[in-house]
Design a protein around this ligand. Structure first.
Ligand SMILES: NC(=O)c1ccc[n+]([C@@H]2O[C@H](COP(=O)([O-])OP(=O)(O)OC[C@H]3O[C@@H](n4cnc5c(N)ncnc54)[C@H](O)[C@@H]3O)[C@@H](O)[C@H]2O)c1
Ligand SMILES: [Zn+2]
Ligand SMILES: [Zn+2]
Length: 366
């Protein structure tokens, strides 16, 4: 099969032929349809210090995907050949205290798909059945492919009650954009999102935010004045990993404000702890998705009309992966999707099935 592999300890990725993975005990084999390019994949292609210190080569990269089940190991229940599925890329140990207590997202021994084991940028991938989320309702495969980062957004956005609250989101990357859509959908009063990219702020406007503010040219105080806020934001969703954004967020919260932090800073930095203390601000770190409450929330939000389609801006065949990665690395787009279902695929209506989808549907009804 074709797979995108980090073969050598240098910048780049290579599209090569590798053996198809075999289904192990308790596993499911999936024919990959679409994948999403994540910041992690960009780090791996670039081969930065994090990648150098983390990866064992060679490695099939990628963790954001959807596909159709083609094989299930004996004993696996409730997953059938032909099911359209997304994958939870955090594979947990099942044995540590948190896993045993059902808090699997807090597992200490998490193994990352496409980081610590072969990933999903390939024609086939295998996963433990417990990491497979079956889409029971019809869904656009492009959206199904980004359930991993959508889950990051939902996990963060639903960490604190948002109904009627004034919400500040720092960073309008794909995840910040999805968090903005969720916060608006669930009934926040004001959703203000910040970034330094006008293209991304334009995408946020399409999602119906109250204010999309470029912090390179306007201050957060100015944004608050425009929204008529006098006491600060009730909830902050940090989605940039940028120290300045974090400091500005802390300075803009109301007393008792809650911050959920998904953005992953590259280095340590100082914040104004005196303000955190005297304003009694709660800061909660968020990693991954809750298994599987976040997944349930995602499916239900989509079922109730949440529209993520403006977040996906670019689609490429997997054969054009270098152009796709360059587009994702530009920092000006929304989510970039790779199509693994066949040859090059131009922009098309999301409802029109590709050949592989049509074939999988036929298999299912057979
Ligand atoms: N904790 C987790 O489980 C987890 C999972 C995935 C991603 N992440 C992190 O979440 C963050 C968001 O992910 P993404 O894929 O959307 O990333 P991204 O890099 O595409 O988006 C970050 C955005 O922040 C913007 N930004 C930079 N400085 C800013 C500032 N001062 N104020 C406001 N915005 C600013 C950038 O222009 C960019 O658009 C990243 O930091 C990523 O590393 C964390
Ligand atoms: Zn990701
Ligand atoms: Zn565990």
């Amino acid at each position: 099969m074709k797979a995108l592999v980090k073969e050598r300890a240098e910048p780049g990725l290579w599209l090569v032929d590798v053996p198809e993975p075999e289904v192990g005990p308790g596993e499911v084999k999936i024919r990959v349809l679409r994948t999403g390019i994540c910041g992690t994949d960009l780090h791996i292609r670039k081969y930065d210090d994090w990648a150098r210190n983390t990866l064992q080569l060679p490695l099939i990269v990628g963790h954001e995907f959807c596909g159709h089940v083609v094989e299930v190991a004996p004993g696996v229940e409730d997953i059938a050949v032909g099911d359209l599925v997304s994958g939870e890329g955090h594979i947990v140990c099942g044995k540590c205290r948190n896993c045993m207590a059902g808090r699997r997202h807090l597992c200490r021994n998490t193994v990352g798909l496409g980081v610590n084991r072969d990933g999903a940028f390939a024609e086939y991938v295998t996963l433990p059945a417990s990491n497979v989320w079956v889409h029971r309702l019809a869904i656009d495969p492009d959206i199904a492919a980004i359930f991993d980062p959508f889950g990051n957004a939902v996990h963060t956005a639903l960490s604190f009650p948002l109904v009627g609250e004034d919400v500040l989101i720092t960073g309008a990357g794909p995840i910040g954009l999805m968090a903005a859509a969720v916060a608006t959908h669930v009934g926040a009063r004001n959703v203000m999102i910040t970034d330094v990219s006008d293209e991304r702020l334009d995408l946020a406007r399409k999602l119906g935010v109250s204010l999309a503010l470029n912090v390179a040219t306007s201050s957060i105080d100015e944004g608050m004045r425009r929204l008529g806020l006098r006491e600060g934001f009730d909830v902050g969703l940090e989605m940039s990993g940028n120290p300045t954004a974090v400091r500005q967020m802390i300075a803009s919260m109301t007393h008792g404000g809650k911050i959920a932090m998904l953005g992953l800073p590259a280095e340590q930095f100082a914040i104004d702890w005196a303000t955190v203390v005297t304003s009694m601000i709660t800061i909660k770190g968020i990693y991954g998705r809750e298994m599987y409450e976040t997944w349930y929330n995602m499916s239900v939000l989509l079922e109730k009309g949440l529209d993520l389609s403006p977040v996906i801006t670019d689609r490429f065949s997997y054969r054009d992966f270098d152009a796709a990665f360059d587009t994702a690395a530009s920092g000006r787009t929304g989510k970039v999707i790779l199509d693994w279902s066949g040859g090059a695929r131009p922009e098309r209506a999301s409802t029109e099935p590709t050949e592989a989808e049509a074939a999988a549907t036929m298999n299912r009804s057979a």
